[in-house]
Write a protein of this length. Structure first.
Length: 255
């Protein structure tokens, strides 16, 4: 019986160590996406997408891997959470700003902090907050790309209609939302080609393959393409199983 207890303790400790390793991975998932209506004049556009940072400090290994390869940085919400010092938030923003212009959408945990102070910090660091608004990029020959962002869906702050009004109607549209459920409001006439989201942590911990949420993935939906990230950080226990930490380098071109 004693041997069995020791064996169980070893297995349990090994599992915890493995779950810690998955929680603190510094893995950049690479995505090459082609869209028939993506303007050729843009060539390729590369987006670094990171969501659900929570308590983590972004590793320099991540920054070194994608620096010089990124046109746009998007923070997909939950940059922070309650009791995370704002100095850590500032340090993360300083790292992300090395990669390119930074855009941000609100997540539920961002609102659990002093969100007015967070808003001021983001503005001080030159981060563009996409709260039911859009940023428009124009190529040399006049083609346009619109990056839309909506506010927190679970608090009914989201106004996709306002973001669409702010976007260029004939542009190639990408939507950032902390919540993948925003896709329920995306209609064919919106012509939103790609949605970037997080929030679910990919289930974070899968027991015998089961979790309340599916693992992060790219999925072709009826009205758009959806990327759900497992996220970079964790909430609650700093453990993961079956949904390792990740961030994303997305390259988009015509094809």
């Amino acid at each position: 019986m004693g041997y069995i207890i020791v064996l169980l303790l070893i297995v349990g400790a090994s599992l915890i160590l493995y779950m810690l390793k998955e929680a603190f991975l510094n893995h950049v998932e690479l995505h090459n996406m082609t869209f028939a209506d993506f303007p050729n004049s843009f060539g390729e556009v590369s987006i670094f997408f990171i969501s659900d940072i929570h308590k983590r400090l972004i590793s320099n290994n991540i920054i070194n891997e994608v620096i010089g390869k990124t046109d746009i940085v998007i923070i997909g919400g939950d940059l922070t959470e309650k009791r995370v010092p704002f100095e850590r938030v500032k340090e993360n923003l300083e790292k992300l700003k090395q990669l390119g212009p930074v855009y941000f959408v609100w997540g539920n945990n961002d609102y659990e902090t002093d969100y007015r102070k967070l808003d001021a910090i983001l503005l001080d660091y030159g981060v563009k907050i996409l709260d039911n608004t859009a940023a428009i990029f124009e190529s040399a020959n006049g083609d346009k790309l619109s990056l839309l962002g909506v506010d927190a869906v679970d608090q009914e702050r989201d106004r996709l209609d306002l973001a669409l009004l702010d976007a260029d109607e004939g542009s190639f549209k990408i939507l950032a939302s902390h919540y993948p459920t925003i896709t329920k409001k995306v209609l064919p006439e919106h012509n939103i080609r790609l949605v970037l989201s997080g929030h679910t942590h990919g289930g974070q911990i899968h027991i015998f393959g089961y979790s309340p949420f599916k693992k992060g993935k790219v999925e072709k939906l009826e009205n758009t393409t959806l990327l759900i990230s497992n996220g970079y950080g964790t909430t609650g226990v700093p453990l993961r199983l079956g949904a390792p930490a990740q961030c994303h380098l997305i390259t988009i071109k015509n094809g």
